[in-house]
Design a protein around this ligand. Structure first.
Ligand SMILES: [Zn+2]
Ligand SMILES: [Zn+2]
Length: 433
C-alpha cells in the first residue's frame, strides 16, 4: 500500500505499522476498509468513515473534555520496574502554559504565543513553529483536525493538516474572530461538535460563558453569550456515543446553578438549569470543574471543599477533601488532590502526603498514568512520581530545570512519554518504562 503523505514514494506500507518507515509520519489505518490515512485525517480517504481520535490523546486542558488529567494508556510494567529516561529538551520563548498531544504530534504553547509542534514518532523532531497573534491566556484545544487558540485579542482556528502539510504549509488561521478590547478569554477552549465554548473575563466582577457555532466551516457564526455574571465556572463535559453533555455552574447572590447542555440532538442545544441543594457556601471558580458520567466535581469556598454532585438531581453526593488547590480524577470515586499540606489520595486508600515539612509545594493538577503512577509538578522545578497503588512510598524524582526553583507550569503524559514544562519555558520529554 502507498504512503498517504505527499512527497513520499513509499509503497510498502503494511497495516501493522504505526508510521511510514520512509518519511516517519504517523499513519492511521481505517478500521472499516484498512486504507492507510494521514494521522490527522478526520475522514477516511477511501470509504469516508469518520476517523475517531486516539484515546490516549490530550486534546484539551487537563487531558480532555472531562478535565480529569488521566491517561488511559496501560503501562505494562509495575511502578518499581519503571524509571525516567530523559529524551529531549526544548526551550520556548516564555513560560510553557499548555501541552496538548494529537495523534503522536505534541503541541507546546508559550505565554507569549509561541506554538511548536513535535512529531513524537520521528525521533521527537520539531516539524513546525509559529506564533499566535498575541499572548495566550486560555488553554488551547484540538478537535477533529482543528486547533483552537484564544489570545488576548481574538479566537482563532488553525487547520492541523495545513500546518503540517509538506506542499502547501499554512500557519494562517482558517478563521479568526476578534474580541472586544476589555474581553480576555480565560480557562480553556472547549470545542464540541459544531460549537466552541469558552470563558471570557471582563473584570473580576463580571465573567461570561460564550460560544461560536458552525466552527467546522470557514465562516463561523458571531460570538453568542450563553451565561454571564459575577461568577461562572470553567466548562467540563462528556463526549461519547451515548452522552454528549457539557456542564458549567453560575452563581448569583442566592443561588448556585448547574447548567447542562445536551448535544446529542442539536448543534445549538437548549440548556437545562438546576439549583444546587444544600450548597455549603459560594463556589471557588478559580479551581476548574470536572465531570465523569453524570457526576460533576466543584469546589466550594467554605474550607475550599471539593464535592461530587449528581447532575441529574443537583444533590451533593460526596465530600472529597478540604483545603483544595487542584485535583485530578482517576474515576468517579478516586481523586488525587493538591491541598494545603501537599497531596491527598482519596479513594480506597485515604492517604495524605505532607510536603510542607520539606517546604515543597504543588500549584498545578497532578497527572495520572492509569494503573501505574501519579505525577506531581512541584514549585521547586521537579516532577515527583508516586506509585498509584502505594502513594506514600518513596516517590521517583525527575528534574526539569538546570536551575533551582523554577516552577513546573504544565504536565502531560502520552502513552509512556512524560512531558513537563516550566515557568522559564524549558520543556523536557522523557520515557517512563
Ligand atoms: Zn511515507
Ligand atoms: Zn476507510
Amino acid at each position: 500500500m502507498n504512503c498517504p503523505y505527499d512527497n513520499c514514494q513509499n509503497n510498502d506500507i503494511n497495516s501493522r505499522q504505526q508510521y511510514c518507515q520512509s518519511c516517519y509520519q504517523p499513519i492511521f489505518f481505517c478500521k472499516q476498509c484498512n486504507q492507510p490515512n494521514r494521522n490527522y485525517a478526520v475522514y477516511c480517504t477511501n470509504c469516508g468513515k469518520n476517523i475517531p481520535p486516539n484515546k490516549y490523546d490530550c486534546l484539551s486542558f487537563k487531558g480532555g473534555l472531562q478535565r480529569t488529567n488521566l491517561n488511559h494508556f496501560k503501562i505494562a510494567k509495575n511502578f518499581d520496574e519503571c524509571s525516567v529516561t530523559p529524551q529531549k529538551t526544548i526551550q520556548l520563548d516564555s513560560a510553557c502554559i499548555s501541552i496538548l498531544v494529537y495523534n503522536y504530534y505534541l503541541f507546546l504553547f508559550s505565554f507569549k504565543g509561541e506554538i511548536r509542534i513535535i512529531n513524537l514518532l520521528n525521533n521527537m523532531q520539531q516539524v513546525q513553529r509559529f506564533n499566535a497573534d498575541d499572548k495566550i491566556y486560555a488553554d488551547p484545544a484540538i478537535s477533529e483536525g482543528t486547533l483552537y487558540v484564544g489570545t488576548r485579542r481574538s479566537i482563532s482556528a488553525y487547520s492541523i493538516p495545513a500546518i503540517l502539510s509538506e506542499e502547501n504549509i499554512s500557519t494562517e488561521p482558517r478563521w479568526t474572530i476578534p474580541l472586544q478590547n476589555n474581553e480576555v478569554p480565560m480557562k480553556a477552549m472547549v470545542p464540541i461538535g459544531e460549537r466552541l465554548y469558552f470563558n471570557i473575563k471582563i473584570n473580576s466582577q463580571y465573567q461570561k460563558i460564550c460560544a461560536i457555532n458552525n466552527i467546522k466551516t470557514g465562516n463561523p457564526d458571531p460570538i453568542i453569550q450563553i451565561n454571564a455574571g459575577p461568577g461562572v465556572s470553567s466548562i467540563a463535559g462528556n463526549w461519547s456515543e451515548k452522552s454528549k453533555k457539557i456542564f458549567f455552574f453560575s452563581e448569583t447572590k442566592n443561588n448556585i446553578t448547574l447548567h447542562t447542555a445536551d448535544h446529542r440532538e442539536n448543534k445549538s442545544p437548549k440548556i437545562v438549569s438546576k439549583t444546587i441543594h444544600n450548597a455549603p457556601s459560594g463556589c471557588d471558580f478559580r479551581i476548574p470543574i470536572a465531570s465523569i458520567g453524570r457526576k460533576v466535581f466543584v469546589t466550594f469556598k467554605h474550607k475550599e471543599t471539593l464535592y461530587r454532585i449528581d447532575s441529574d438531581t443537583g444533590d451533593l453526593d460526596q465530600k472529597i477533601c478540604e483545603n483544595v488547590k487542584e485535583y485530578a480524577l482517576a474515576n468517579a470515586n478516586s481523586a488525587f488532590v493538591v491541598n494545603s499540606k501537599g497531596l491527598y489520595f482519596h479513594g480506597t486508600s485515604r492517604q495524605q502526603i505532607d510536603l510542607s515539612k520539606q517546604r515543597l509545594s504543588v500549584k498545578i493538577a497532578p497527572y495520572i498514568l492509569n494503573n501505574c503512577a501519579v505525577l506531581a509538578g512541584l514549585q521547586n522545578g521537579t516532577v515527583q512520581i508516586y506509585n498509584y497503588f502505594n502513594p506514600t512510598s518513596y516517590p521517583k524524582n525527575w528534574d526539569i530545570s538546570d536551575r533551582d526553583n523554577v516552577a513546573i507550569t504544565s504536565l502531560v503524559a502520552y502513552q509512556n512519554i512524560l512531558i513537563a514544562g516550566n515557568q522559564e519555558g524549558t520543556v523536557k520529554l522523557a520515557y517512563w518504562d
